[in-house]
Design a protein around this ligand. Structure first.
Ligand SMILES: [Zn+2]
Length: 464
């Protein structure tokens, strides 16, 4: 064998050996409520409205498949049962977290990886004690027991956690639960905002500076000054892991607001949240490109929310998403605006509202409003703001929308070609995308409980 060939063979062997190693870095990225409708609309918006030649990063991964999402109690799962499936590989009943249907605790892959020397980082745009992140460290019969969930995060030993806030610091009567002491006792420092984040070791919980909204960092589309956002938290999390556990780490990154926008049937907001989610994926992908033989990235969703579609009965065979380019506020924020006007009893006339709708939602500009629609809007305006005899609020899981705002967003969805079938979750399959070490093992359709099992098989660590 010529020397050159020997060298080539040695290189090849080295490459194979490296590839055969278990991944040192694992990113598990979950779009809460993100179905193919959300991804398709985000990609159509990315291509046809933002004129990006490059498709969304997740759509470019070499492996793309599907997962079923049903829970032990229903074909339509909630986030607690779905989070438990994705974190532990076990089915459970809706609203149960980290336990099987018999309330026996089941172990998350984050805990098993932690016990095997991996650093652990958990990131979400909703509360850090919410169902999806909670499934990676908590065991409670009811996902609403925020104090117990918070205590289990403090005791987890995990190096990094980030989210909007903690909801279990006071009980229902408003009494202090001592949860902050749990974090202090366990050496997990709480950082409100990112200012001093990079000086804190080894354990940190990053929370929003806005402690009034612990459930959510706010929607990207609302451009809230100083708000935490998913790409920012992801970058901070990667920095923290590289500083405190550079040898090996596991990060779970959740885009939680895709689900909230789905519950609200707020098309523009759901699209912008999905694009924001993809920007966080970009950061994990950049990390992968720097460590291609040591990194695995798996992207999926816990379930679909809203039954979102591209195209509807109003627009037929078209999806004119450019109608959404004038939208600068979420449905939630517009509803709050309407409620504020009603509460303040200020004089607010139809021309005032017309101006607001034109400026903040693109009506009569990017949104071509028909005469019939204008009549419907004006009548509802009259009833709501002149006669003060508003139709009942539209109640969804996370918000009660003023009826006028619900009408405005129904027209916005109708004219943009965005369809919705529910304000709840749906039971359709969700996407799975993968790249990196062992990614090919995700090529076949599977149940959501098989995803964590496959990750652990690639990591060569037995499930507990
Ligand atoms: Zn949901």
């Amino acid at each position: 064998m010529k020397l050159r060939n020997i060298a080539a063979a040695a290189l090849m062997a080295a490459a194979l050996q490296t590839y055969a190693q278990a991944p040192k870095y694992i990113f598990y990225i979950i779009g809460d409520g993100m179905g193919m409708g959300h991804i398709t609309n985000a990609q159509v918006y990315n291509r046809a409205v933002m004129h990006n030649d490059r498709p969304l990063t997740m759509m470019q991964f070499p492996v793309a498949s599907f997962a079923t999402t049903h829970s032990a109690s229903s074909d339509v799962t909630d986030s607690a049962a779905a989070g438990t499936a994705l974190a532990t590989g076990h089915k459970t009943k809706n609203s149960m977290l980290g336990m099987n249907p018999d309330t026996v605790a089941v172990t998350s892959i984050a805990k098993t990886l932690f016990d095997n020397g991996y650093g652990i980082g958990l990131i979400t745009t909703v509360a850090i004690d919410d169902a999806t992140p909670g499934a990676f460290y908590a065991h409670v019969p009811n996902r609403g027991d925020y104090t117990a969930i918070g205590r289990q995060l403090a005791a987890s030993g995990y190096q990094f956690a980030a989210g909007a806030g903690l909801r279990g610091t006071t009980d229902k009567a408003g009494n202090d639960t001592g949860l902050f002491d749990d974090f202090a006792r366990n050496g997990m420092k709480i950082s409100y905002g990112m200012e001093n984040l990079d000086t804190i070791s080894p354990r940190v919980l990053l929370l929003s500076t806005d402690t009034e909204r612990p459930w959510n960092v706010g929607y990207t589309i609302d451009s809230i000054p100083g708000a935490l956002n998913l790409p920012g938290m992801t970058a901070a999390g990667i920095r923290h892991m590289q500083r405190t556990c550079p040898e090996r780490f596991f990060m779970m990154i959740e885009g939680g607001n895709i689900d909230h926008a789905g519950h609200a049937n707020d098309g523009g907001t759901a699209i912008i949240e999905t694009i924001n989610f993809d920007q966080a994926i970009d950061l994990a992908h950049e990390f992968y490109l720097a460590h291609p033989d040591e990194t695995l990235i798996v992207i999926t969703a816990d379930h679909e929310t809203g039954g979102m579609s591209t195209g509807n009965n109003t627009t037929g065979y078209s999806a004119p998403l450019e109608a959404l380019t004038g939208q600068k506020v979420s449905k939630e924020s517009f509803s709050d605006y309407c409620k504020g006007i009603l509460r303040s009893r200020m004089v607010y006339k139809w021309p005032d509202m017309k101006e607001y709708l034109a400026e903040n939602l693109g009506f009569w500009n990017t949104v071509a409003v028909t005469d019939e629609q204008e009549k419907e809007i004006e009548e509802m305006f009259d009833r709501t703001f002149e006669q003060r005899n508003s139709a009942p609020d539209e109640e969804t899981l996370y918000a009660n929308f003023n009826a006028f705002s619900s009408l405005i967003f129904r027209i916005l969805n109708d004219n943009a070609g965005v369809g919705w079938t529910s304000t709840k979750h749906t039971g359709v399959v969700v996407p799975v995308f993968a790249i990196g070490v062992g990614a090919e093992k995700f090529a076949a359709m599977r149940d959501n409980t098989a995803i964590p099992r496959t990750i652990m098989e690639i990591a060569e660590i037995d499930m507990e």
